[in-house]
Design a protein around this ligand. Structure first.
Ligand code: HEM
Length: 358
């Protein structure tokens, strides 16, 4: 496991550290004791860009890149503001902020982009929560095959009856002869869906908790809402939603920080560790929303750098501005020691965030 900033950045940028899923699965099989069932997602979900190296990675990413540029994403701002206002209108009293706000916002946005009925979102939440936890191999297999079946139907529907959404366009894409096959489309939908909602929910949740624990920082943002957009970088650094989800495997002997990792080994990069490296970020355990936290690794680094970063930043900004303006006196409705974190080394996020709004 790599925990220091410089080594983490170098590892994420090293082409000898592969994300290729076939090699990854071989390695998992070799490391799993005989007779022990292995936690594994359904194969139909596996052929996506975050599980591939160039040239496949380059081809897949190119097909979706332009939809997620900062300029294109900015066009979504009015709709993100509208969804945020609707959610805020429906909130009062004591709530689980994740449930009523931080989860529905990004899932609604990504479902609209993919042309997926938002009514189905509770099923996704359950499936993806199971898949990213330490559930039993059977539960993980069941959740991931339910997800795969659902998304195969979605691809079939979009073929027969395309909508105005971006996913319909992808199903029918024909970019200089490049298009995704059915298997790749299902995996792409899965990646966008899981990345599009398992992360931003926790950026909002973790940021709000950090603010409630640092009241002077909360006051600063309430008094100066123009600081909110830029503060996203500090919240990503301080307690980003992704921990060691960025694992890779070595296709050669690789030296990292004076240690030679042999060929065919796993390398886990702890983004949370790297972002609290005191050599890169002085006083790393201090939350300072005015700090220049640029260069943090919460969105990864290198060719797999988060495709959704502009969307996540937009959602964070609109959500935080709306929440603090509408409910400036919000408070934690639980003792801090009652808060529990999710049972996952991939995702850093709370199980619930009880908030008293007024
Ligand atoms: C990749 C974090 C939101 C789509 C990544 C990676 C990280 C990350 C760390 C790289 C993983 C690696 O290198 O192993 C985050 C965080 C988010 C967020 C912290 C929110 C705060 C989103 C959203 C979307 C998205 C909203 C979708 C619309 C993707 C995709 C990749 C990716 C498609 C794979 C890119 C590639 O392989 O080239 N994200 N993400 N992410 N993210 Fe995000």
């Amino acid at each position: 496991m790599v925990t220091r900033y410089e080594e983490a950045r170098a590892a994420l940028n090293d082409p000898r550290l592969s994300k290729d899923v076939t090699g990854m699965n071989d390695l998992f099989d070799r490391h799993t004791a005989p007779g022990v069932p292995r936690r594994k997602f359904d194969d139909a979900l596996a052929v996506h860009m975050l599980n591939t190296d160039p040239p496949d990675h380059t081809r897949m990413r190119k097909l979706v890149n332009k939809v997620f540029t900062a300029r294109r994403v900015e066009l979504l701002r009015p709709r993100v503001e509208e969804i945020t206002a609707e959610l805020l209108d429906g909130m009062s009293g004591d709530v689980d902020l994740l449930d009523v706000f931080a989860f529905p916002l990004p899932i609604t946005v990504i479902c609209e982009l993919l042309g997926i009925p938002t009514d189905d979102r509770d099923s996704f939440r359950e499936w993806t929560n199971t898949m990213l936890s330490y559930s039993t191999p059977e539960a993980i297999q069941h959740a991931s095959s339910s997800m795969a079946g659902y998304l195969s139907n979605l691809v079939e529907n979009k073929k027969r009856d395309p909508g105005e959404d971006f996913f319909s366009a992808l199903v029918h894409a024909d970019e200089s002869g490049d298009r995704l096959n059915d298997h790749e489309l299902v995996s792409m939908a899965f990646l966008l869906l899981i990345a599009g909602h398992e992360t931003t929910v926790n950026l909002i949740g973790n940021a709000l908790l950090a603010l409630l624990r640092n009241p002077e920082q909360l006051q600063l943002l309430k008094d100066n809402p123009e600081l909110i957009a830029g503060s996203a970088e500090e919240f990503l650094r301080y307690e980003g939603p992704v921990n060691t989800a960025t694992f890779r495997w070595t296709t050669a002997d690789v030296e990292l920080g004076g240690v030679t990792v042999p060929e065919d080994e796993f390398v886990l990069v702890s983004l949370l560790g790297a972002n609290r490296d005191p050599e890169r970020f002085p006083e790393p355990d201090k939350l300072d929303v005015t700090r220049n936290a640029g260069g943090h690794l919460a969105f990864g680094h290198g060719i797999h750098y988060c495709l959704g970063a502009p969307l996540a930043r937009l959602e964070f900004e609109v959500a935080m501005k709306g929440l603090l303006a509408r409910f400036p006196d919000l408070k934690l409705a639980a003792e801090p020691e009652e808060l529990a974190w999710r049972d996952s080394n991939l995702i850093r996020g709370l199980i619930t965030l009880p908030i008293r709004l007024t």
